[in-house]
Design a protein around this ligand. Structure first.
Ligand code: G3H
Ligand code: 13P
Ligand code: ZN
Length: 309
């Protein structure tokens, strides 16, 4: 039982039909729901922490909760910084014991992104920590996006190859049409699999990462709306598209929105059905169970990662 990097997990997953789930964590119940699912499914696991999560929970609480999860379950876990925006936050996380950091230089010009990523790679590798970077922009995509707009934001395969070569980064997040949050598509979902295949062909040894990979499960959206929520028209990446992406070099699948929806749906339902309850454990307990069930479903049916630990 230890905090581990993604090196072994990705080496095992690359070019196989499964991927490692990377789940965003913000509090104890979310962490417990996820690790219990991974433990029962015997699946490899990445827990990731965003800058917002660090600000919300305070850094020490999250690292200690993840440590507690390891002690409780005996699992090896990768603790990853999600979307680090500069060198400083990456350095802080390396110094805090994270085993993996993401430097997200995607908003910068190509050369600046390379420079920033290299700086983080140098520091992280010197401390035994692996680095994920991002090339291309994860903008929301509408069904009528034209080809020019697509090439302006999506990852260019030749640039991806040059980027990996020049930065020495361990894994690469690519933009092929996914976006963060609960509103990913208007109309028919579209991911650029041709582009993904081209990237994977040029850098077959580089594990690729799919951000914005929540499926926005209709069951949870409906439950939120049924019990007083207001999230109409939410739409995510269909499960079969994630399975397809996993066949083309995607080793890490990022999921946050589906956790938020599962938790919120259950809390909403509980509070409406039990207006007499005011003990947080009464609704956070079922919310934790809902997260566990949802993550188990992902591991089995979307990531294909059951038994791959
Ligand atoms: O990539 C975004 C993740 O869902 C984290 O979101 O910055 O609100 O914690 P956050
Ligand atoms: P979702 O919003 O689709 O869950 O994406 C999460 C993510 O990419 C975290 O980095
Ligand atoms: Zn992301």
């Amino acid at each position: 039982m230890a905090l581990v990097t993604t090196k072994e997990m990705f080496a095992k997953a690359l070019n196989k039909d499964y991927a490692v789930g990377a789940f965003n964590v913000n509090n104890m119940e979310i962490i417990q729901g996820i690790v219990e699912a991974a433990q029962e499914e015997n699946a490899p696991l990445i827990l990731q922490v965003s800058a917002g999560a660090r600000k919300y929970a305070k850094p020490a609480y999250l690292t200690k909760l993840v440590e507690a999860a390891m002690i409780d379950t005996g699992l090896d876990i990768c603790l990853h910084l999600d979307h680090g925006e500069d060198f400083d936050i990456c350095k802080k996380c390396v110094d805090d014991g994270f085993t993996s950091v993401m430097i997200d230089g995607s908003k910068h010009e190509f050369e600046d992104n390379i420079r920033l990523t290299k700086e983080v790679v140098e520091y992280a590798h010197a401390h035994g920590v692996v680095v994920e970077a991002e090339l291309g922009k994860l903008a929301g995509v509408e069904d009528n996006i034209n080809v020019d707009a697509r090439s302006a934001t999506f990852t260019v395969p030749e640039e991806a190859a040059e980027f990996v070569e020049r930065t020495g980064v361990d894994s690469l997040a690519v933009a092929i049409g996914t976006s963060h949050g609960a509103y990913k598509f208007k109309g028919t979902p579209y991911l650029d699999f041709e582009r993904l295949e081209a990237i994977h062909k040029l850098i077959p040894d580089t594990p690729l990462v799919l951000h914005g990979a929540s499926t926005v499960l209709p069951e949870f959206v409906a439950r939120c709306n049924e019990y007083g929520g207001n999230i109409p028209g939410a739409q995510g990446v269909p499960e079969e598209m994630i399975l397809e992406a996993v066949k083309h070099g995607v080793c890490k699948v990022n999921i946050d929105t589906d956790l938020r929806l599962a938790m919120t749906a259950e809390i909403r339902r509980h509070l409406v059905e039990h207006p007499e309850d005011f003990d947080p454990r009464k609704y956070l307990g079922p919310a934790r169970d809902a997260i566990k069930r949802m993550v188990q479903h992902k591991i089995r049916n979307v990531l294909n990662a059951s038994g791959q630990r």
